[in-house]
Design a protein around this ligand. Structure first.
Ligand code: ATP
Ligand code: MG
Length: 248
């Protein structure tokens, strides 16, 4: 990673790619995760590798949701664990949320490797190891969650979730916050709050907003939540991608 000069025009993208590669080598990220990363990179390139104004507003609404929630949970998969473990731990701390490992291709080895990795980056409690409850409407392996984690949560942040599971979680009545660089992804489209941004920028940005909003009253937070329009956020991102125009 240190070999990439900071003035290299593709510096951030190369660092990110390297982290995913390392994640695969360490058994944290699946090989499918490499493909997902490639897809994400293409969208990020078209977005100008920056946080759109509309994505920043979404991050603020996400922070307000997490602060208002009775039981917020941050869902962690192999890509985000490799890309931004410290930032996830920090966001959990800023919002009082649980961290839960939730994998599309679940294996005990990978769950263990991710749990260790998160603990190495400061996580105290990591859920998702027990997996003693099921999300209704999904096949066995993909449905596994913790009874006192995602199953019980009223607000879930799911970075890079697949469309089916995003939909199934929404059907359970949970407030779903999705981080996905593709505004046309089904996961982004079913979310109460779609954040169209790279997880490496979005996760710390939600944490920053949460710290700023922590002193706000519940009424003030509710105003932020109500004012957010998911369709408008998706439209703004799609416009920015298609036209290469700035939304700000
Ligand atoms: P659909 O949601 O339409 O059913 P999918 O989610 O099953 O599709 P994948 O290729 O698994 O399809 O999706 C990976 C998604 O994750 C892509 O939409 C991609 O833009 C997004 N993605 C990948 N890397 C990142 C990243 N670093 N930050 C944010 N989003 C990312
Ligand atoms: Mg998707």
């Amino acid at each position: 990673m240190t070999e990439i000069p900071s003035e290299h025009p593709r510096h951030d993208s190369l660092v990110t790619r390297h982290r995913i590669e390392e994640g695969v080598e360490r058994g944290i990220t699946s090989r499918q995760g490499l493909i997902a990363q490639g897809r994400g990179e293409a969208f990020d390139y078209l977005l100008g590798e920056r946080t759109l104004e509309s994505a920043d507003e979404a991050a603020r609404a996400a922070a307000a949701h997490l602060l208002l929630a009775r039981h917020p949970v941050l869902s962690v998969n192999g890509n985000v664990a490799a890309l931004c473990p410290e930032e996830l731990v920090d966001l959990a701390e800023a919002t009082g949320a649980d961290l839960e490992i939730n994998l599309f291709n679940r294996t005990d080895e990978r769950v263990e490797a991710i749990a260790d990795h998160l603990r190495d980056h400061g996580a105290r409690e990591v859920k998702g190891v027990r997996a003693d409850a099921r999300i209704p409407g999904l096949s066995h392996e993909r449905a596994k969650v913790d009874a006192d984690g995602i199953y019980d949560a009223d607000a879930v942040l799911v970075p890079l979730e697949d469309g089916d599971r995003a939909e199934a979680l929404g059907a359970m009545g949970k407030t779903e916050i999705v981080i996905d660089l593709n505004p046309l992804s089904r996961s982004a489209q079913v979310a109460a709050v779609p954040i169209v941004d790279n997880v490496v920028r979005a996760v710390p940005n939600v944490a920053r907003h949460a710290r700023e909003l922590r002193t706000h009253s519940r009424e003030e937070l509710a105003v932020i939540v109500d004012a957010f329009d998911p369709e408008a956020a998706l439209d703004a991102a799609e416009r920015a991608i298609r036209a290469g125009v700035s939304d700000d």
